[in-house]
Each structure stands twice: as structure tokens, then as C-alpha cells.
Design a protein around this ligand. Structure first.
Ligand SMILES: O=C(O)CCC(=O)C(=O)O
Length: 317
């Protein structure tokens, strides 16, 4: 799914990738003046999309860590129909919870990680790192798969290798899918990507799922990423979006098979804003993470990025 080594003549995607890979800071990015910041969307580039609460109620949103319905906005990239962005729809406290789950729990067996390819894990990776105050091993974690585990060698989902996706992730993705009109969405597989500041993800299409009608939902957490979104050919120049903590990208319809890539991860000078929480309001929620507990997760996430993406693999019956 990740590597696309096809040599393409006039590869404008690669050209953009190389430009953004060189960027060193937020200031450099702003100076380049090409990357779209989601807090300031140009109506010439994006259409506002009407969300749909039909099959949901406000309580569903609240338990999934989402803000009230009228505070969630969704936009479609005009040049790329089906490519939707939802700028951070989460309660800030919920981002803490998702980050904690990705760092502390979701990589535990039977879920699979890149580390399993060459070592046998002994205990929980995060707990071990904290205990020894040594993140060397943890920092080798690059991906975890959930649901139908992806077979990276044969580029297929293994029907016989399945563990239920975490309940919170499944529920959250069902709610997001319903908001954009996919009431019967089945969250069947997912990848959690762990990026360092020098990590990149090369241009690729996600075409291993049998079901290409269901959207792919992708959530950014922690440090920011330049995300390139193209079309189904690398000869067209991609659009670059700055994805910050909490932002959701949805690849649906014609954009489901679009080439995409991450050429740059940047430490976000405003990262603290995404995790502030009103402790009194959050304490009653099952997803509350206290300031004290948050501290270690924060130290990781301010210089790393997590991407949590969810897919429906099979066709509806
Ligand atoms: O990190 C991202 O935003 C994109 C991840 C991705 O494209 C993938 O896992 O296939």
C-alpha cells in the first residue's frame, strides 16, 4: 500500500513531494504560500458540505468525543470531488484520549505492528519505555494494524487474520461516516501510523479494499503534516494541505483512489491549543485523561505525529 515505485514521466506529484520535503519549519511553509491551512479555507478552492444528523443524535456525537453538530464543518476540495476535510471536530479532551489509546493500547497483541516482523514483544511497549526511561524500542514502532490485518507482502487483507477494531475507533468512524451520509459504514480495518519529524510517506493509492464505495477516514493527531492529495495519475500537480491535530480527511467517491503522500512532518508551534481541556467538564466523561497522566503522552506527541485511518474492506451484503 505504501510504496509506489512506478516510474512516471512528467511526475508532478514527485516534484511537489520534493519541494515540501525540504521545508524546515512552519515559517518556511507559510513563506512558500501554497499549502492550504484548514482554518482559513479559500471558497474558490472548497465547497461547504452539508452534514447529516439523520441517523444520529447529539448524544452519539458527544460520546464519540465530537463537538456539537452545529460546530462541525465539512468541506470538499473543488478540484477533487469526494475529497472531504473536517477541520478538527473533536473536543480537545478527546484528542488526549485517542492519543493515549494509540500510544498505550492499540499496538498490544493481537494487533500487529512492524516490530513483530523481527522481534517478539515482551510486555506493553509504552509501559516498558516509561519504566526504563528509554524510548529507543518504542520509537521503532511505525505502524499498527487493527481489524482485518493487512498483509504488506502480498498487499491484501487477510480474511483469517482479524481482531475486532477498538470499540471507540469503530464507533467514532461510524459516526463520522453517518455525518457525511454513509449510514451503513462498517469499520473493518485500520492502520495507525506513527511518524517522527523526519518521517515521510511516499505517494500511493489505497486499492486493497474490495469496497471502493465506502469512504476512507483518516484522523491526524499531534505534530502537523503536509498532506499531498492528487488524482488517479501522478502527472497532475497535487494540492497540499496542512493537517493539524484533530483534523479529519475523508477520501470518498472519485477521490477514494487518489494518490496521496506525506512529504513533511512539522512540530506545531500551537500544539498546546489542541489539548487544553476544561477539567470540570471532562472529568465526567469516560475518556477523561488527567493533566498528570497526559504529561508523558504530550512529551511524545509534540515531536511525533499519529495518523489513524479506518476503512471498510468488504462490500455490504
Ligand atoms: O498519514 C496520513 O495522513 C496518511 C496515511 C496513509 O495514507 C495511509 O496509511 O495509507
Amino acid at each position: 500500500m505504501y510504496e509506489d515505485t512506478k516510474i512516471v514521466e512528467n511526475d508532478l506529484f514527485m516534484k511537489e513531494f520534493k519541494i515540501y520535503k525540504q521545508i524546515k519549519s512552519f515559517d518556511d511553509l507559510k513563506k512558500l504560500n501554497q499549502c492550504v491551512f484548514l482554518d482559513n479555507l479559500d471558497p474558490n478552492l472548497f465547497n461547504a458540505i452539508e452534514l447529516n444528523l439523520n441517523s444520529l443524535n447529539e448524544e452519539d456525537l458527544k460520546t464519540s468525543g465530537l463537538r456539537p453538530f452545529n460546530e462541525i464543518k465539512c468541506y470538499e476540495l473543488k478540484s477533487n470531488p469526494g475529497l472531504l476535510v473536517i477541520p478538527n471536530p473533536f473536543e480537545n479532551g478527546y484528542q488526549r484520549f485517542l492519543i493515549k489509546k494509540c500510544l498505550y493500547e492499540y499496538h498490544d497483541p493481537p494487533n500487529k505492528t512492524n516490530l513483530d516482523l523481527h522481534m517478539k514483544r515482551d510486555g506493553n511497549l509504552w509501559t516498558n519505555a516509561l519504566k526504563c526511561q528509554n524510548f529507543g524500542e518504542f520509537n521503532k514502532l511505525r505502524w499498527t494494524t487493527i481489524g482485518y490485518h493487512y498483509d504488506w507482502t502480498n498487499k491484501v487483507y487477510n480474511e483469517l487474520d482479524y481482531t475486532d477494531p477498538p470499540v471507540d475507533v469503530a464507533e467514532l468512524s461510524r459516526v463520522i461516516a453517518a455525518l457525511i451520509g454513509y449510514k451503513n459504514y462498517k469499520p473493518e480495518a485500520g492502520i495507525i501510523n506513527y511518524y517522527h519529524l523526519n518521517s515521510t510517506l511516499s505517494a500511493h493509492q489505497d486499492h486493497s479494499e474490495k469496497n471502493m464505495n465506502a469512504p476512507l477516514i483518516s484522523i491526524s493527531l499531534g505534530s502537523s503534516a503536509v498532506f499531498l492529495i492528487g488524482t488517479t495519475t501522478k502527472t497532475e500537480k497535487p494540492v497540499s494541505l496542512l493537517l493539524r491535530s484533530g483534523d479529519v480527511v475523508i477520501m470518498s467517491e472519485k477521490a477514494r483512489l487518489a494518490y496521496h503522500a506525506v512529504p513533511k512532518i512539522l512540530a506545531d508551534p500551537e500544539i498546546d491549543n489542541f489539548f487544553q481541556q476544561n477539567n470540570e467538564m471532562c472529568q465526567s466523561r469516560k475518556w477523561y485523561v488527567s493533566d498528570q497522566e497526559w504529561n508523558n503522552f504530550y512529551n511524545y506527541i509534540k515531536i511525533n505525529r499519529i495518523n489513524l485511518n479506518i476503512r471498510q474492506v468488504n462490500n455490504n451484503d
